[in-house]
Design a protein around this ligand. Structure first.
Ligand SMILES: *[C@@H]1O[C@H](CO)[C@@H](O)[C@H](O)[C@H]1NC(C)=O
Length: 435
């Protein structure tokens, strides 16, 4: 799919597909024009592609429709046994296609992605990507790359030529058996433009009996832009919130609260009718999201079991713990409660960690501050005991309790010897939506 793509990047994509794929494996190239305005993408492009060695079909959307609907149109027109989706600013490398197709031949319910190499948007030079990252997401439902966890390295017995099972895909580049694409419900046509469709598809594939893999022997380069160059009819934020709501409502069960509590504004966004997608989930007898978290993405920042999700409020001052938008290795803060989610959302998990996204509250010094560190799940300095009667948060290793800030720094709560004082009482609550 292209929208006002530059001639050079578009043709670089097409040529690399044609020149670097065995022709008996390539039935056609389909370009879907999502209502581009640039002149050279009209007749000039049509005339140009007529002379290429492989049939190149151009489909034009009548109006700006976005990636999702344009891809659906292209897929419907395609004839090959496998559909490979690419962005319009890619470069396929030698040997990119065969390992993808081989994996689908082995198991038609496997959806496969190449390693995505980086093409600089400055110099257009090609830089190899890593086989040591895979796809995940955070509480805001942002797709993110994370290091491939040890459990997945162990499963592959250290053989880095074997495909990596990935919880989510970036979305731009993948191959899928054409009939399987139909069977599992293509894309959610109720989503607008772009955003969230990659997570929707990832959850759906895993929950409905398929699998999603990065085939490490296949490399495709992609031009990454610092900001999206496209206009979004309806506004970027609104479109992405709507799409994310649709995927949360259909696929995430009660875990959608993690998303809603951190972004309470999202709850006001109208997400349309999802009954068709829910019926699809029903018909395919898809597994619950808890199964996905347990089996496919145990490393998720969304804990499978948790005691509370929301603000942590001090009884005496009525202030709330706040990560202040700070990063790893910095102190957790405290601030007036605002009830707007975001930086004041913490989860207290069944493993007795207090988490803000993937950071855990950690104490390493008596009478010291509380530091936010990457959760290590080894208990140690990240183990907290909440006493629901005394309302205290006791740090197990130091046997001290979380207390109000000391005189020196009014914005940073500190650890003190446990007492019965109200300054050591905290309310942990499941935040209720729309309340
Ligand atoms: C919050 O919700 C979780 C999951 O539904 C439940 O297990 C827990 O007891 C609740 N905690 C509080 C403090 O209400």
């Amino acid at each position: 799919v292209f929208h006002n793509e530059a001639w050079s990047t578009l043709l670089r994509t097409v040529y690399s597909v044609i020149n670097r794929s065995p022709h008996h494996l390539l039935s056609e190239v389909i370009l879907v024009d999502d209502a581009s305005e640039r002149d050279f993408l009209k007749a000039a492009l049509e005339n140009y592609v007529k002379n290429l060695e492989v049939p190149v079909k151009i489909i034009r959307m009548e109006q700006r429709s976005g990636l999702i609907r344009a891809r659906l149109r292209g897929a419907a027109a395609s004839k090959g046994q496998v559909i490979t989706f690419l962005d319009a600013h890619c470069e396929c490398t030698l040997g990119w296609l065969e390992p993808l197709l081989a994996r689908i031949k082995e198991d038609r319910k496997t959806v496969v992605c190449p390693i995505i190499d980086v093409i600089s948007d400055d110099t257009f030079e090609y830089m190899a990507g890593s086989d040591m990252t895979y796809g995940g997401f955070n509480w805001k439902l942002n797709f993110r790359w994370y290091p491939v966890p040890q459990r997945e390295m162990d499963r592959r017995k250290g053989d880095r030529t074997l495909p990596v099972r990935t919880p989510t895909m970036a979305g731009g580049l993948f191959s899928i058996d054409r009939n399987y694409f139909e069977e599992i419900g293509t894309y959610d046509a109720g989503m607008d433009i772009w955003g969230g469709e990659n997570l929707e598809m990832s959850f759906r594939i895993w929950q409905c009996g398929g699998s999603l893999e990065i085939v490490t022997c296949s490399h495709v380069g992609h031009v990454f832009r610092k900001a999206t160059p496209y206009t979004f009819p309806g506004g970027t934020g609104h479109v992405i919130n709507k799409n994310n709501r649709r995927l949360a409502e259909v696929w995430m069960d009660e875990f959608k609260d993690f998303f809603y509590i951190i972004s309470p504004g999202v709850v006001k966004v109208d997400y349309g009718d999802v009954s068709v997608r829910k019926a699809l989930r029903e018909n395919l007898k898809c597994k619950p999201f808890s199964w996905y978290l347990e089996n496919i993405y145990p490393d998720s920042q969304i804990p499978r079991r948790y005691y509370s999700l929301g603000e942590i409020r001090n009884v005496e001052t009525n202030q709330c713990l706040d990560n202040m938008g700070r990063k790893e290795n910095e102190k957790v803060g405290i601030f007036n409660c605002h009830g707007m989610g975001g930086n004041q959302v913490f989860s207290y998990t069944a493993d007795k960690e207090i988490r803000t996204d993937d950071l855990c509250l950690d104490v390493s010094r008596l009478n010291g501050p509380v530091i936010m560190l990457k959760c290590h799940h080894m208990r140690g300095n990240q183990l907290w005991e909440y006493d629901a009667e005394k309302l205290t948060l006791r740090h197990v290793n130091s046997n001290q309790c979380l207390d109000e800030p000391s005189e020196e720094d009014k914005m940073v709560p500190t650890m003190k010897d446990c007492s019965e004082s109200r300054s050591q009482q905290w309310l942990l609550r499941n935040m209720t939506l729309g309340a």
